[in-house]
Design a protein around this ligand. Structure first.
Ligand SMILES: NC(=O)C1=CN([C@@H]2O[C@H](COP(=O)(O)OP(=O)(O)OC[C@H]3O[C@@H](n4cnc5c(N)ncnc54)[C@H](O)[C@@H]3O)[C@@H](O)[C@H]2O)C=CC1
Ligand SMILES: CC(C)CC(=O)C(=O)O
Ligand SMILES: [Mg+2]
Length: 367
């Protein structure tokens, strides 16, 4: 009988391109298990699957079934593809797929969303910026994930005197800011010791407090340089001179927007993975959504999802070696000239989602 526990990962394919980009992950996990099963091999992964988003609503009437949360709690990590789609857009907020996404992040306590934006050298031509501005780009957006305006109360649509009003509330507490700031400063220590805190402290009290707390926490990190930037300027600076940034720490809404912007610097949103940490169980997701415009066509880029598995191995399963092996496999396939449609603007042979997944897995078995 086996003497070791398999690492359990809960896979949540979700909606739109979610199930498509999940296929290569299942195959890659099989390949990892195969290559780790040697006589020294004590490392095996068991994939469980669950429902979330529109797929869960279709099957159970609820976007975030209790069973999904129970499975998430008992697993070592969760890997979620994407949720949402036009079919669900008119549902009330509590029943929307996006509510389920926020719900699982909150349930897991995954308050720090790390969104690395690293340019694979092979994709310099796919970036929207000139090679001299963009080459070697490697920045990290640390986005607060379980607070801010996506969660603040009051929220809703009310009617007063026949006029409807949509309400959302941006709110941050000191402990919420402090804990995510610490994650950013700790990360900066492992990188180039620079943090830019992004806020809108010229008009928002939540940002005034954000800035105050970040400055206070910074006192514990004298070896790290801290500067502050308003979010409108940061959005501009990201496309003007992105290499001025190393770690960006910011709130939920600003981080959501800035990381999608950063993805274009690296070629495509189909390339960027994320890790949401801070709770007992880590949550890993590509930064993209369910991309209904390309769903079901076998053209979505599976690399963001595959690279999210790499982050899971790095942060939750403590296997930096396997994370790097996946990243090397992606690099190597790109170096051979293979592209998915979203990164094929300039050159390369265009592969479908499945075929790109197969290439990366074959490469993984070699590198
Ligand atoms: N984490 C999640 O589950 C997220 C879910 N959403 C939901 O997804 C749905 C669509 O939202 P959008 O604003 O269109 O954002 P999106 O990220 O799904 O798509 C934006 C654009 O990027 C493209 N794109 C995204 N992922 C790609 C990939 N892997 N390969 C190639 N191209 C890719 C899409 O085709 C689209 O043109 C909505 O229901 C939204 O609420 C949006 C963002 C995150
Ligand atoms: C439902 C949204 C908050 C999802 C999203 O755009 C994201 O987390 O990047
Ligand atoms: Mg987003």
């Amino acid at each position: 009988m086996s003497m070791f526990k398999k690492h359990q990962i809960l896979l949540l394919p979700g909606d739109g391109i979610g199930p498509e980009v999940t296929v290569p992950v299942r195959e890659l996990v099989s390949e990892i298990n195969r290559s780790e099963s040697g006589s020294q091999g004590k490392f095996q992964i068991e994939l469980l699957e669950g429902l979330i988003g529109g797929a869960a609503t279709d099957a159970t009437g609820k976007p975030l079934p209790k069973e999904t949360l129970e499975m998430a709690d008992s697993c070592d990590a969760v890997l979620l593809a994407a949720v949402g789609g036009p079919k669900y857009d008119l549902l009330p907020y509590e029943l929307r797929p996006e509510r389920a996404l926020l719900g699982i992040r909150e349930h897991l306590g995954a308050f720090a969303n790390l969104r690395p934006a690293r340019l694979f050298p092979e994709l310099v031509d796919a970036s929207t910026l000139k090679p001299e501005v963009i080459s070697d780009l490697d920045l990290m957006v640390v986005r607060e994930l379980t607070g801010g305006i996506y969660f603040g109360k009051p929220r809703g649509i009310v009617e007063e005197n026949g006029i409807r009003r949509g309400i959302n509330t941006e709110t941050y507490t000191e402990p919420e800011i402090e804990r995510v700031a610490r994650v950013a400063f700790d990360l900066a220590r492992k990188r180039s010791h620079r943090v830019t805190s992004v806020d809108k402290a010229n008009v928002l009290e939540s940002s005034v407090l954000w800035r105050e707390v970040v400055i206070r926490v910074h006192k514990d990190y004298p070896d790290v340089t801290l500067d502050h930037m308003y979010v409108d300027n940061a959005a501009m600076q990201l496309v003007r001179k992105p290499k001025q940034f190393d770690v960006i720490v910011t709130g939920n809404l600003f981080g959501d927007i800035l990381s999608d912007e950063a993805s274009q610097l690296t070629g495509s949103i189909g390339m960027l993975a994320s890790a949401s940490i801070g709770g007992k169980t880590g949550l890993y997701e590509p930064i993209h959504g369910s991309a209904p415009d390309i769903a079901g066509k076998n053209i979505a880029n599976p690399m963001a999802m595959i690279l999210s598995l790499a982050l899971l191995l790095r942060y939750s399963l403590n296997r930096e070696d396997l994370a790097q092996r996946i990243e090397r496999s992606v690099s190597s396939v790109l170096a051979q000239g293979f592209r998915t449609a979203d990164i094929a603007q300039v050159k390369g042979q265009v592969l479908g989602t499945r075929e790109m997944g197969e290439k990366i897995i074959r490469e993984y078995s070699r590198v």
